[in-house]
Design a protein around this ligand. Structure first.
Ligand code: GAL
Length: 674
């Protein structure tokens, strides 16, 4: 495995996308001077420069990039060099229009934007391979280049292609997954609606049809589409690892991006990187951002990750784009570091004057360096130099949230008991409760190693594979506490309902049987009463449950299922498994989770933390770092527990006897050696 970038930088990474091809050469000299002033040590170069590097099949223009890289190197600025394959040049799509992707409605998309390629296109794959080979050979040993930025935000605009080439590729993929057509017919339940296939060539992508398309076919196409893009990534990585084996590779993720199974993708990278664009106008943004940051850390099992892109202030792509308030750029940058990032990068270095993103903020705005944005950028750059000690520290968590891409895809397909169930809503509800308590959380797959966690919360796991079921059983049997939300363990990996219905292979662990799903009428709220004086309301969803060994911890106290179990608890081996059969009001869910966390000894990090203060600890081999982040526009007062008294302040925060005062949107970082 190649060395992570920060082993070379020896500091947190700081910088952004640098697109010198948009600027005259004089500007490059001003750029490097300003980069030095802003503390920039890393830039991603050339992400959309294919058309500037290659003018035709055999016409290459590297001289400008040679000069850019040399200039950056002379100023001690390192480079994540892009493979530049994210936007095919006009000459290529003119030569091979088959590269252009096709929608489910059979519309072929035109060039003129970006990412206009079919992931299965042999022409696209061959042309990008040639480009990557050229770049790797020419720049693999360039002293400025510390790693590769492969593609860009795969699938962001075109997550799936439905063209004939994709249909062929889908069939190839299906032949590897199913040994025979008979097996596929079985898995896809094609006896239903006369869909039985006699020849592989009859199988198509799930294009627009008169009504609901076969759900198993849709699910496999979603899997295939994630894999088809991953194949593009892997083909580039194969070239890079062959020619420059010591240079790490990454590609920028986009949070919990539904089309791509990022657990599979992260396994192919040397380190994870992520683009984060929370809306400054939404007070809840920090919670969703924190969840995605925790995912990025978890995707490679706690390894440090890189915040590859964020906006220095406003973006241009929402209908209405509010700038970041004073302090928010800094605060949100620290939030990423607090959750395991080893660097903070931006889109982009210098705001473009032309093109579709000319109103997106840049580290150097149109108005130049004497601006609020550049001052904020430079201040953060200076501060981060004091934090190099956090580089080798990591977070640890006793609680994990379970998620699985196949289950997510299947949950949100059409023709279900309710279309109101969204995985990210369910994850966020639980996550918000843990975030407010400053309880550290990992995001894990149901089949991964769960042994280190005291509590696993699976807000929804609609689809459960056999290995996942066995793994969850082992976890509970070994003493784990599993909390499972409604409409879970309903179908197998083909989206086929388990024999005898839910919860299928988890029936013994949960000690229940689900007799009937019971979505609640719009506007209906029901009462739920339980042990220890538990009182909550619930809406949207309920289930008629039979107890098969579990105890009834709470029951519906009104509504159509009055008197029936609503929350159950089952002893299984040395552990316990909970099932929550309804959509509890957030306060009820909070009470339930608080009770469970308390019983197993998972405690909040701070005593009486103010609501919008976020706290995390990163632990290294010899030191620990406490991050305090005030997400409110008011001053906050945080009580420190005794373990942090006497630690040294790295950044900000006014210290009283045993407390810290944080300014509005303020940040404090404390360190102590063990
Ligand atoms: C990202 C993308 C960048 C830029 C940015 C604008 O999605 O990777 O190239 O478009 O958004 O916010």
């Amino acid at each position: 495995m190649a060395n992570p970038v920060w082993n070379t930088l020896k500091d947190l990474a700081y910088g952004g996308d640098y697109n010198p091809e948009q600027w005259p050469e004089e500007t490059w000299h001003e750029d490097v001077a300003l980069m030095r002033e802003a503390g920039v040590n890393l830039v991603s170069v050339g992400i959309f420069s294919w058309a500037n590097l290659q003018y035709g099949p055999n016409e290459w223009h590297f001289d400008w990039l040679d000069r850019v890289l040399d200039l950056l190197h002379q100023h001690d600025i390192f480079v994540l060099l892009a493979t530049a394959t994210a936007s095919p040049p006009p000459w290529l799509t003119k030569l091979h229009p088959e590269i252009l992707p096709v929608t489910a409605e059979n519309i072929r998309l035109s060039p003129g934007g970006r990412q206009h390629y079919c992931p299965s296109s042999p022409y696209y794959r061959a042309a990008s391979k040639t480009l990557v080979e050229q770049l790797a050979k020419r720049y693999g040993n360039h002293p400025a280049v510390v790693g590769w930025h492969v593609g860009n935000e795969y699938g962001c605009h075109v997550p799936r292609c439905y063209c004939d080439e994709s249909a062929q590729d889908f069939r190839r993929w299906l032949k590897l997954r199913y040994r025979s057509l008979e097996e596929l017919n079985q898995a896809w339940s094609t006896a239903f609606w006369s869909q039985r296939y006699q020849d592989w060539d009859e199988i198509l992508p799930p294009r627009v049809a008169p009504t609901f398309v076969n759900p198993s076919q849709q699910l496999d196409f979603l899997r295939f589409s994630s894999d088809a893009l991953l194949e593009c990534f892997k083909r580039e990585v194969e070239v890079l690892r062959r020619i420059t084996p010591d240079k790490p590779v990454t590609t920028n993720f986009m949070g919990l991006f539904k089309p791509l199974d990022y657990f599979r993708w992260a396994a192919e990278e040397d380190f994870v990187s992520h683009d984060s664009y929370p809306d400054p106008a939404d007070a809840d943004s920090p919670v969703a951002a924190a969840l995605t940051f925790d995912f990025m850390r978890s995707a490679r099992h706690g390894q440090p990750w890189l915040l590859m892109e964020q906006a220095p202030s406003a973006v241009n792509w929402r209908p209405h784009n509010v700038p970041k308030a004073d302090g928010q750029y800094r605060l949100w940058s620290y939030q990423a570091i607090a959750r395991g990032a080893n660097g903070v990068m931006n889109f982009q270095w210098r705001a473009s004057r032309g093109g579709a993103e000319k109103f997106h903020s840049g580290m150097v705005p149109h108005a130049g360096k004497d601006t609020r944005i550049f001052r904020n950028v430079a201040q953060l750059g200076r501060e981060l130099k004091h934090l190099s000690d956090v580089l080798d520290s990591q977070l640890s968590a006793e609680v994990a949230l379970v998620m699985d891409w196949s289950s997510w895809w299947a949950l949100e397909l059409d023709s279900h008991p309710s279309s109101r169930l969204s995985l990210t809503d369910q994850l966020l509800r639980v996550y918000r409760i843990l975030w407010r308590k400053n309880i550290s959380v990992d995001i894990v797959e149901p089949s991964s190693d769960l042994s280190r966690y005291k509590v696993m919360v699976a807000p929804n796991l609609y689809l459960v594979s056999q290995p996942a079921a066995e793994n969850l059983a082992r976890y509970v049997e070994g003493g784990g506490e599993l909390v499972m939300g409604y409409f879970s363990s309903v179908v197998d990996e083909h989206d086929v309902v388990f024999p005898n219905g839910a919860p299928g292979p988890l029936a013994d662990i949960l000690g229940i049987r689900v007799e009937e799903f019971w979505p609640l009428a719009d506007g209906l709220t029901v009462d739920v009463h339980g042990m220890n004086g538990f009182r909550s309301t619930a809406d949207i969803w309920s289930e008629l449950i039979n107890l098969k060994g579990a105890e009834r911890w709470a029951a519906f106290a009104s509504g159509p299922l009055n008197g029936h179990p609503a929350i159950t608890r089952n002893l299984y081996g040395h552990g316990r498994a909970w099932y929550v059969a309804t959509h509890l009001h957030i306060d009820g869910l909070d009470t339930l989770l608080t009770h469970i966390l308390h019983t197993v000894g998972v405690n909040p990090l701070l005593i009486n933390a103010p609501e919008m203060v976020e706290a995390t600890v990163r632990r290294g081999p010899h030191s620990q770092h406490l991050f305090l982040l005030n997400h409110s526009a008011n001053e906050a007062h945080v009580q420190l527990d005794s373990t942090w008294r006497g630690s040294s302040k790295i950044v900000d925060g006014r210290i009283g006897d045993d407390s810290v005062y944080l300014s509005p949107f303020g940040v404090a970082v404390f360190s102590k050696t063990d």
